[in-house]
Design a protein around this ligand. Structure first.
Ligand SMILES: N[C@@H](CCC(=O)N[C@@H](CS)C(=O)NCC(=O)O)C(=O)O
Length: 207
């Protein structure tokens, strides 16, 4: 059976849990990472020498990196609705996923770690302010895009493109700071919440 390594409150583990539930997979999960067993323990380093969650063990096949994992699971279970078979559409999904993990996530890091996790290394107000400005800029672009395209990032249907963005949107609404009103992003957040798997692993009260 599929085994998922990683704490269920990690944004990257949640991508895997959400996708696994969308596919309808059975799995076991073991808590590793901040607040649980450290990923620097030798037992964990055997599955990921880079000491990060998530990792999966799929009947002996071990894989790290959340985006590689969700694409592997969707491809393995032939979920072309989530991860299209056509090269061009597939590449567009991948572009959204890359954007979600780079441009969109970069700004979110300091406000989340500073204001929610309260990590001592992220208490510089200038760093938090800079992160908020960058995160807001990306979210405003997302808002304009959704207003003109939507209802999902790839158009009519939910795909893996929505997984990284959907979790960032949940975090955006959950981290306490003054935000502009983003109507299309709010509607997208409500639309995603129609999905039981997103309510379990995305919009579940955890930032
Ligand atoms: N690029 C990696 C990033 C993984 C990552 O940053 N994981 C964080 C949790 S979100 C982690 O393992 N932090 C250390 C810890 O929890 O101890 C992925 O997408 O899987």
């Amino acid at each position: 059976m599929l085994k998922i390594y990683g704490r269920a409150n990690s944004i990257n583990v949640r991508k895997v849990l959400w996708t696994a539930d969308e596919i309808g997979l059975q799995y076991t999960r073991e808590d590793w990472g901040r607040g649980f067993r450290p990923t620097t323990e030798p037992e964990f380093l055997k599955v990921n020498p880079f000491a990060l969650v998530p990792v999966i063990d799929d009947d002996g096949f071990v894989l790290r990196e959340s985006h590689a994992i969700v694409r592997y699971l969707a491809a393995k279970h032939v979920r072309t609705d989530l991860y299209p078979a056509g090269l061009a559409r597939r590449a567009e999904v991948e572009a959204w996923m890359d954007w979600g993990q780079t441009e969109l996530h970069q700004g979110a890091r300091a406000p989340f770690l500073g204001l929610v996790v309260k990590m001592p290394a992220f208490q510089d107000p200038k760093m938090i302010e800079f992160g908020i400005a960058e995160w807001t800029r990306q979210m405003e672009m997302l808002d304009s895009y959704l207003a003109g395209h939507g209802p999902y990032l790839m158009g009519e249907d939910f795909t893996l493109a929505d997984v990284p963005a959907g979790l960032s949107v949940n975090r955006w609404f959950s981290v306490p700071f003054d935000k502009p009103e983003l109507k299309a992003v709010s509607a997208y957040y409500d639309r995603l919440a129609e999905r039981p798997a997103y309510r379990r692993h995305g919009r579940n009260g955890t930032p």
